[in-house]
Design a protein around this ligand. Structure first.
Ligand SMILES: O=C(CO)COP(=O)(O)O
Ligand SMILES: O=C[C@H](O)COP(=O)(O)O
Ligand SMILES: [Zn+2]
Ligand SMILES: [Zn+2]
Length: 309
């Protein structure tokens, strides 16, 4: 039971066409639900922390919670910085003991992204950590502005090959049509699988990462809306598309929105059905259990990572 890098688990995933779940964590109940699911499924696991999570939960708390999760579960776990904006936050997290960091240089031009990524790779590798970079832009989601997939800048396969060769990065997040949040597609869901296949063909040994990979599970959207929520038209990536993507080099699948929906649906339901209750444990416990069920479902039926630990 230890903090490990993703090197070995990605190498195995690449050869066996399954993907490793990378789940965003923000508090104890979310961590417990995810880790219990990975233990039950005997699956490799990445817990990832965004800058927003570091601000919300504070770094020291999250680090200790993940250490406790490793000790309590006996599992090897990857602790990953999600969407690191600059060298400084990547360095801070590596120095804090993260085994993996993402430097998200996708907002910079190609050469600037390469220079920034190389700087992070050099430092992280010197400390035994691994690095994820990003090439291509996911469409952002702002308030009620529905994502127009065409507004995203998809990853160029030849550029991806040059980027990996020049930076030495360990894994690469690519843009093929996904976006963060609950409103991923205006019309029919669409991922550019031809582009993914081409990227995988050019860099077959590079683990690829899919951000914005939540399905925005309809059952949770319906439950949220049934108990006072208001998220009409929320739509994500169909689960079969995620399973297909794992056959073409996608080794890491980022999931945050489905965690949020699973937790929020349970809390909303409880608060409507038990207005007399005011013990947070009464609604955080079922929320944690809902997260565990949802993550186990993803591992078993979407990522095909059960038993791959
Ligand atoms: O990409 C993500 C985290 O980096 C999460 O994506 P979702 O919003 O689809 O869960
Ligand atoms: O990249 C997006 C993840 O879902 C993290 O989101 P956050 O910045 O709200 O924590
Ligand atoms: Zn990005
Ligand atoms: Zn992301």
């Amino acid at each position: 039971m230890a903090l490990i890098t993703s090197k070995e688990i990605f190498a195995k995933a690449l050869t066996k066409d399954y993907a490793v779940g990378a789940f965003n964590v923000n508090n104890m109940e979310i961590i417990q639900g995810i880790v219990d699911a990975a233990k039950a499924e005997n699956a490799p696991l990445i817990l990832q922390v965004s800058a927003g999570a570091r601000k919300y939960a504070r770094p020291a708390y999250l680090l200790k919670l993940v250490e406790a999760a490793i000790e309590d579960s006996g599992l090897d776990i990857v602790l990953h910085l999600d969407h690191g904006e600059d060298f400084e936050i990547c360095k801070k997290c590596v120095d804090d003991g993260f085994s993996s960091v993402m430097i998200d240089g996708s907002k910079h031009d190609f050469e600037e992204n390469i220079a920034l990524t190389k700087q992070v790779v050099e430092y992280a590798h010197s400390k035994g950590a691994v690095v994820e970079a990003e090439l291509g832009k996911l469409a952002g989601v702002e308030d009620d502005i529905k994502v127009d997939v065409r507004s995203a800048t998809f990853t160029d396969p030849e550029e991806a090959a040059e980027f990996v060769q020049r930076t030495g990065v360990d894994s690469l997040a690519i843009a093929i049509g996904t976006s963060h949040g609950a409103y991923k597609f205006k019309g029919e869901p669409y991922l550019d699988f031809e582009r993914l296949k081409k990227i995988h063909e050019l860099i077959p040994n590079t683990p690829l990462v899919l951000h914005g990979a939540s399905t925005v599970l309809p059952e949770f959207v319906a439950k949220c809306n049934e108990y006072g929520g208001n998220i009409p038209g929320a739509q994500g990536v169909p689960e079969e598309m995620i399973t297909t993507a794992a056959k073409y080099g996608i080794c890491k699948v980022n999931i945050d929105t489905d965690l949020r929906l699973a937790m929020t649906a349970e809390v909303r339901k409880f608060l409507v059905e038990a207005p007399e209750e005011f013990d947070p444990r009464k609604y955080l416990a079922p929320a944690r259990d809902a997260i565990q069920r949802m993550v186990q479902h993803k591992i078993k039926n979407v990522l095909n990572a059960s038993g791959q630990r």
